[in-house]
Write a protein that binds this ligand. Structure first.
Ligand code: GLN
Length: 249
């Protein structure tokens, strides 16, 4: 089996080590004997969605987001077809916001790609916190770190974190975090996310490989260290199994 990963614009979107997400995916493939190739796309490179199995779009400042957004709109139709066809995507923070209709800031509106029915408005204060959250599709908690001015509203879409136990999530109001749409995960969680959440890495690998090869089975790996990193964040945010009250909204 071979997995082709497209890393979109790592020179502009790579906040808080989003690149670590790629490392996680690559190592989890190699440890299982799955061939993996990562292609880093710069702003003017044409993106080959037909030869891509997994797209990573990282986070960035508002300025960098604006640059990327203008470019992404030019390849919107191909990106849209890829998503609708079940292509796997992990979009973090700034990249997540761009999947929606728009991101409003005091400097004006950034039009997004409208790949998913969601929108974002910037408000004060910035939401900065460790995050612990649940999703019953995953065997244990998902953890990460958020730092965003945007509040995202996902309407009737399925959230990535259906219950935020600690932290703010999409908007600090509805107790949810991120979005899941077809094989796309959009999330505010940096960390980087995947090294601390091997169950999320494997969800992405499964969805990408099964789209390409039909039913696949992922060899279980020894996740002792990864689970320890996950537990460390949970312990930091809780005492005796109860979570401290939520971070400032
Ligand atoms: N610029 C966006 C915000 O502040 C995203 C920031 C990020 O990617 N961390 O909401």
């Amino acid at each position: 089996m071979k997995l082709n990963i497209a890393h979109l614009y790592p020179d502009l979107l790579n906040l808080y080590g989003d690149r670590g997400n790629i490392q996680s995916l690559v190592m989890r493939c190699r440890w299982r004997g799955i061939d993996v190739q990562v292609t880093e796309y710069r702003l003017d490179d044409p993106v080959d969605f037909s030869g891509t199995d997994l797209v990573l779009l990282g986070g960035g400042s508002d300025r960098e987001q604006q640059i990327v957004c203008t470019r992404l709109r030019k390849i919107r139709e191909d990106f849209h077809a890829y998503v609708e066809d079940g292509g796997t995507v992990l979009a973090i923070c700034g990249g997540y916001q761009l999947l929606g209709h728009y991101y409003d800031t005091p400097d004006g509106r950034m039009d997004g790609l409208s790949l998913i029915d969601l929108y974002t408005e910037q408000k004060s204060p910035r939401l900065i916190s460790n995050v612990v959250m649940e999703n019953r599709e995953f065997p244990y908690e998902i953890v990460g770190f958020e730092n965003h001015g945007g509040r995202t509203y996902i309407g009737s879409n399925k959230p990535f974190g259906s219950r935020v136990l600690y932290g703010n999530g999409n908007n600090g109001e509805d107790g949810c975090e991120g979005v899941m749409y077809k094989n796309v995960i959009g999330t505010y969680l940096h960390g980087p996310l995947l090294p601390k959440n091997p169950h999320v890495s494997d969800w992405l690998l499964m969805s990408a490989l099964s789209r390409k090869y039909g039913t696949v089975r992922l060899e279980p790996l020894d996740d002792t260290l990864e689970k320890r990193a996950n537990q460390y964040i949970i312990r930091k945010c809780s005492v005796g199994g109860s979570f401290y009250s939520r971070a400032i909204r």
